[in-house]
Design a protein. Structure first.
Length: 99
């Protein structure tokens, strides 16, 4: 008989996720805390988006908190469509070379 240790993240009496390591469970719990704090912040902006979209946006920001932090510090730029930008750069170089 095997013994399996599981760490369960529970929010308001509801199981959200089960993990095999405490570190992963704590990280997920922290991400949920961040998302919970971001939801009212996003809704305060009065962007005309519904609660569901606010929650999805908050979870996206929370899941990408390291990249978001760097963006807010001005340290990193995110390429929204890297393949399109690469193609645009190549096209610009071709035009410059032709001139």
């Amino acid at each position: 008989m095997a013994v399996i240790t599981q760490f369960v993240v529970v929010r308001e009496g509801v199981e959200k996720m089960t993990f095999t390591s405490k570190k992963e469970a704590d990280a997920y719990d922290k991400m949920l805390d961040i998302a919970d704090n971001l939801i009212p912040f996003i809704q305060k902006a009065e962007l005309g988006i519904d609660e569901s979209l606010s929650e999805r946006l908050a979870f996206y920001f929370a899941n990408n908190k390291d990249e978001l932090t760097n963006l807010l510090k001005g340290a990193v730029q995110v390429n929204s469509t890297p393949t399109n930008q690469t193609a645009a750069k190549k096209a610009t170089k071709k035009v410059e070379a032709a001139e």
